[in-house]
Design a protein around this ligand. Structure first.
Ligand code: ZN
Length: 273
């Protein structure tokens, strides 16, 4: 194990030990997944086995709901038991490996799609195992009635590095492609890498009903609908760490990530990939 991996593991376990001290974190938890079952070795690529176990746990301890149900039920009696499954970018493993599990269980999920690479048949990573979905695969999943389609920009832009005009053009293209290919006007947005900017924030509020970032905790009444927190699920989490994230968030790890980002001069919180 490299020293970096040792450090990451140490921080995760320190989070496990310190989270209970701050009491439970409540409210619907929006989980972030990316790729599933591609065996790429990347942290964003969760194994089919791990996903199955995580779904087992979530179904035993709560209820998987679609994004809208969670956002409308924030102050309802069932809010603490709600989990929302989201998949960013549009990786093919979602169709090949996650969808069979989700459809047989009847679990709703959200796809935040990056339309440019899907349209171009390319990959976000220089790795053949990280193929992206085809529009036909997205349509097939939509046919189940379980899918909410969200936008994730056209070119997976880091909003901090582009001006308002460029961002406006990108989001208009993303929305246009989703409407053309899927007949969907997306109402929900996920910031690539969880990064936002003042200009991006203005546009996103104009174009969508909600936006998600990283953050690692549940969402609660009074939260800004355009800065909704999510909980990233990573390949190395393992069962105990996954449970800890679901119960308590991962405050120490998230706090350290925020600190690192602020030291690096980021203008927005960063998700894990
Ligand atoms: Zn992304």
């Amino acid at each position: 194990m490299s020293s970096r991996h040792l450090l990451i593991t140490a921080v995760k376990w320190a989070s496990v030990l310190t989270d209970p001290l701050a009491g439970p974190r409540r409210g619907p938890r929006i989980l972030i997944y990316h790729q599933v079952g591609a065996d790429s070795g990347l942290e964003m690529d969760v194994s089919v086995h791990a996903l199955g176990r995580q779904l087992d746990w979530v179904e035993r301890h709560g209820r998987v709901v679609d994004l809208e149900t969670a956002l409308q039920g924030l102050d309802g009696p069932e809010a603490d038991d709600m989990y929302v499954l989201t998949f960013d970018d549009g990786h093919a493993g979602v169709f090949e490996h996650a969808y069979p599990l989700l459809s047989v269980r009847g679990l709703p999920f959200t796809l935040y799609l990056t339309t440019g690479p899907i349209e171009g048949g390319s990959s976000l990573h220089d790795d053949a195992r990280m193929r992206l979905l085809s529009w036909r695969e997205v349509e097939e999943m939509m046919g189940s009635g379980l899918v909410t389609i969200g936008a994730h920009t056209h070119e997976h832009l880091d909003m901090r590095h582009h001006d308002e005009e460029r961002l406006r053009q990108d989001l208009a293209t993303c929305n246009g492609v989703l409407e053309l290919r899927l007949g969907v006007k997306p109402r929900h947005f996920a910031y690539p890498w969880g990064h936002w900017s003042a200009a991006g924030d203005r546009l996103v509020r104009e174009l969508y009903d909600s936006a998600v970032v990283g953050g690692g905790r549940g969402i609660r009444p009074g939260d800004d609908m355009y800065m909704l927190h999510r909980v990233p699920v990573m390949a190395r989490d393992g069962d105990p760490l996954f449970r800890r994230k679901m119960w308590g968030g991962f405050r120490l790890e998230n706090g350290l990530r925020d600190l690192r980002d602020s030291l690096a001069g980021s203008s927005g919180r960063r998700e894990t990939s």
